[in-house]
Design a protein around this ligand. Structure first.
Ligand SMILES: [Zn+2]
Length: 146
């Protein structure tokens, strides 16, 4: 259920929305905690030819060497490229996908958190208005009594 924050003035709907936001944030935190290793970047597969003129990579059609797995990434403005051993390719691929999941979840967390903060301010505003109204009412009833 997604209710536009602007549409809510009903305290019950606000509570429901707040609870839904809090639950979604908690779920993201749990998913992040359960995440394995992360690594930024992207993996490419490369096929190379060598210097040996009689090699299969020079045949027609050629059978090139590879695949070689390469990961390129930029972290803190430093670009790096490294070769990955074939037996580690699956593990590194998982780290790369975990990294992208982490970024998506952080993005989602921040979005939900901003919505939650806005909702809390709205609730506080409403609570203050209600207090003011109650005070006004009690002033009126006191005035009636006197
Ligand atoms: Zn070759």
């Amino acid at each position: 259920m997604d209710i536009s924050p602007r549409m809510i003035h009903n305290p019950l709907l606000m509570r429901i929305r707040k609870q839904s936001l809090e639950e979604r944030i908690e779920k993201i935190k749990e998913e992040i905690a359960a995440l394995g290793d992360v690594h930024p970047g992207a993996m490419t597969q490369q096929y190379n030819i060598c210097g040996n003129p009689r090699c299969r990579c020079k045949a027609d059609p050629p059978t090139k060497h590879g695949p070689y797995y390469q990961v390129s990434y930029t972290w803190h403005r430093k670009s790096t490229s490294l070769f990955i051993r074939r037996e580690n390719a699956a593990e590194v691929r998982k780290q790369l996908s975990n990294y992208h999941r982490l970024r998506r979840m952080l993005d989602r967390w921040i979005t939900l958190s901003v919505q939650l903060a806005s909702l809390r301010r709205q609730q506080q505003r409403q609570a203050r208005q209600n207090t003011t109204k109650r005070e006004a009412k009690s002033r009126v009833s006191q005035e009636k009594r006197t």
